[in-house]
Design a protein around this ligand. Structure first.
Ligand SMILES: [Zn+2]
Length: 89
């Protein structure tokens, strides 16, 4: 399921990390808890289509497609959009 509009996708080159919960406060500051999803800051949905309007957004953490905790659906979508952007030139 994809709910990100084509317009947003075309302009979205920066995916940030987002999760429903924060880790308990630690020395590293605000860090994601559990599976990490990708989202564009202007969209209330994750790349994999989950409603994420109330989720935490980690502006300082670009979504890493190679991360062990990365959501597979988000990884697939981010990689697909990158390929499409390249093809579009
Ligand atoms: Zn996801």
């Amino acid at each position: 399921m994809t709910l990100v509009s084509p317009e947003a996708r075309r302009d979205s080159t920066t995916w940030v990390t987002s999760t429903p919960h924060l880790q308990p406060a630690g020395p590293g500051g605000r860090m994601p808890w559990g599976t990490r999803h990708a989202r564009v800051n202007t969209e209330p949905w994750t790349a994999c289509g989950l409603p994420a309007a109330t989720w935490k957004v980690f502006w300082h953490l670009p979504f890493e497609t190679t991360g062990a905790q990365a959501c597979r659906g988000c990884v697939d979508e981010v990689l697909r959009v990158r390929v499409e952007g390249r093809a579009r030139g």
